[in-house]
Design a binder for this molecule. Structure first.
Ligand SMILES: C[S@@+](CC[C@H](N)C(=O)[O-])C[C@H]1O[C@@H](n2cnc3c(N)ncnc32)[C@H](O)[C@@H]1O
Length: 271
């Protein structure tokens, strides 16, 4: 919470982007030798530029590549409980530099069609240039996406709503619901109750009143723009979808984990 107070002061004085750049340089320096070693042992793995990894995740090549293969397996296991993973269109909304998407053709198989979108043009350009077999597209901060109604059987977004304002929560939920097929599945992660430990007193009051807590005053969508979603807030946001699973985030090693939501678009034609 002390850290949050400091970051809120930096935010108000418009110094947070600068302090984030500094934090990037510190991480780069700290992880220099482990990252160098990873590159030496894995010379054929295509790694994005450091800032793209940092901006969307953690500047640790092993975590970006090897550990994220495990995340792709976790994703497959969760999704396959609810939908067939054969011959379906799958969208990674807010894919960043393909941390998870890049593993899906090997983890799920080549019988599906994979898509990734992000609002960051540099990350999408890198993905297009380096990751084959996946269709990448750039979107704007707000909708629409370029896809037809009901195009996707599966949409997932790992830590995207966590960087968006309230109007964007509403606009994107509507847009993602539009492109999701009837009977299709969506998985989203959010910063729920486990993140209470990070909130200031004022923010906690809002959170406990089931309101979205937003730390803005920086570029929306950026890693330092943060939103925290109470469970009841998300349930209202998913009003037109059926919640199949809600996995509350826990605190692991002192760090809060995100909530996982799996929802389904109703199919009135299904018996
Ligand atoms: C925390 S990163 C997560 C990246 C990726 N999902 C992962 O798990 O590695 C958040 C991502 O959301 C993207 N993003 C932020 N706002 C977005 C928007 N309105 N539409 C699409 N992507 C967005 C950012 O560019 C960034 O890549």
């Amino acid at each position: 919470m002390f850290k949050s107070l400091i970051s809120n002061i930096l935010r108000k004085s418009h110094l947070l982007h600068l302090s984030d750049k500094l934090s990037y340089l510190i991480r780069k320096f700290r992880n220099l030798s482990v990252n160098k070693e990873f590159r030496r042992q894995n010379p054929t793995i295509k790694l994005p530029p450091d800032y793209l990894i940092y901006e969307s995740f953690q500047l640790d090549y092993k975590k970006y590549y090897s550990d994220s293969h495990e995340t792709a397996i976790w994703l497959k296991e969760l999704l396959s409980k609810h939908i067939s993973l054969f011959n379906v269109n799958i969208l990674d909304w807010g894919c960043g530099p393909a941390r998870i998407t890049r593993h899906l053709p090997t983890v799920i198989g080549n019988a599906c069609f994979y898509y990734g979108t992000d609002y960051n043009p540099r990350t999408i350009q890198w993905c297009r240039d380096h990751i084959k077999g996946i269709n990448f597209a750039q979107n704007h901060l707000g909708p629409p996406l370029e896809f037809n109604d009901q195009f996707f059987h599966i949409i997932y977004g790992i830590s995207i709503f966590t960087h968006l304002s309230e109007p964007m929560h509403k606009a994107w939920m509507k847009e993602l619901s539009r492109i999701l097929s009837r009977g299709g599945i969506m998985l989203q992660t959010t910063q729920g109750s486990a993140f209470r430990i990070k909130l200031t007193k004022k923010e906690l009051e809002l959170f406990d009143a089931e309101k979205l807590v937003v730390r803005g005053q920086v570029r929306e969508g950026h890693r330092i723009y943060s939103a925290f979603q109470p469970e009841a807030y998300m349930r209202k946001l998913f009003a037109n979808l059926e919640v199949l699973e809600f996995i509350p985030g826990e605190i692991s090693g002192g760090r809060p984990q995100q909530d996982v939501w799996i929802v389904k678009k109703p199919n009135p034609d299904a018996r």
